[in-house]
Design a protein around this ligand. Sequence first.
Ligand SMILES: [Zn+2]
Ligand SMILES: [Zn+2]
Ligand SMILES: [Zn+2]
Length: 345
Amino acid sequence: MHVPELRKDPVVGRWVIISTDRAKRPSDFLHNKVVQKGGFCPFCPGNEAKTPSEVLAYRPNSNGNGQKNGPGWTVRVVPNKFPALGIEGTLNRQAEGMFDKMNGLGAHEVIVETPDHASHLGLLLPKHIESVLWAWRDRIVDLKQDRRFKYIMIFKNHGEAAGATLEHPHAQLIALPIVPKHVIEELDGGRQYFTVKERCIFCDIMRQEMENPMRVVIENDDFLVFAPFAPRFPFETWIMPKRHESAFENLSLHQMINLAAALKQLLMKCEVALDSPAYNLALHTAPLQEAALDYYHWHIEFIPKLTNTAGFEWGSGFYINPTPPEESAKFLREAEVPAGFQYIK
Ligand SMILES: [Zn+2]
Ligand SMILES: [Zn+2]
Ligand SMILES: [Zn+2]
């Protein structure tokens, strides 16, 4: 008889219930397989005029003759046609009695990852994934100059079940005039730990995970991919640079190559092991306009969409996770991606 276990995330102090008695194997989840439906797509080459004018595009094969908003791009970034926040104006904070409000200032962009509608991020060549990640970096570096923004969140919804409304491979970027709550919690947790121990909590977590690698999925020269000790969701996995760094945009070329490799491997392993799941991923990096932080460490959080959160999670902020991270990590670690699977589909 298994006894459920309560586990606490050391950074944010969030408790989760790992319900080992109803431990779920990957085969119990196979119901959110991503299938493409087709139809008109504004992100496909030839339809560039259907999106707002691009803010960035790589056209490596055009020898500099590529036409802005024309075809020939490999990665293209455009403002979201239906932005959650607007780019115009100055930030205006107001009070309404005890309540605070401000105008909805921000930037909302779409990073189109490939001209190939039927592909997806994990299926792209490693070199191409690198250029997608360079686009993340280039957009952060550019938007960072705008002092109105405090934070840039880059995230990806893959598949309808994960909230994607357009199936063409893409990620989204939102520049915000405030730092999001999840990141504030991580910053606070990191700062508290640093005050006591004078070490980065994320560096310490990785050190311990590498000593006893039961939750490690992938390791290369620059990155550790692992299931956190207290994951909220089955198969939740984090990608973290081994060398301490608080801001994503300071990545070196060497690190970029290894990040693309680690990300590709993780996505391919999930593709095989979890049968093309819908998923979300999000970049957690330091707030803009901050000098390098000793106590914060950027990372990517990846969550395949295998379960739906329900009333208990919503009401309590507690999560029930039916798959222990040691099991999900082992399963992904051992998942073999067949040769040739990468580039065809
Ligand atoms: Zn398309
Ligand atoms: Zn660190
Ligand atoms: Zn995080």
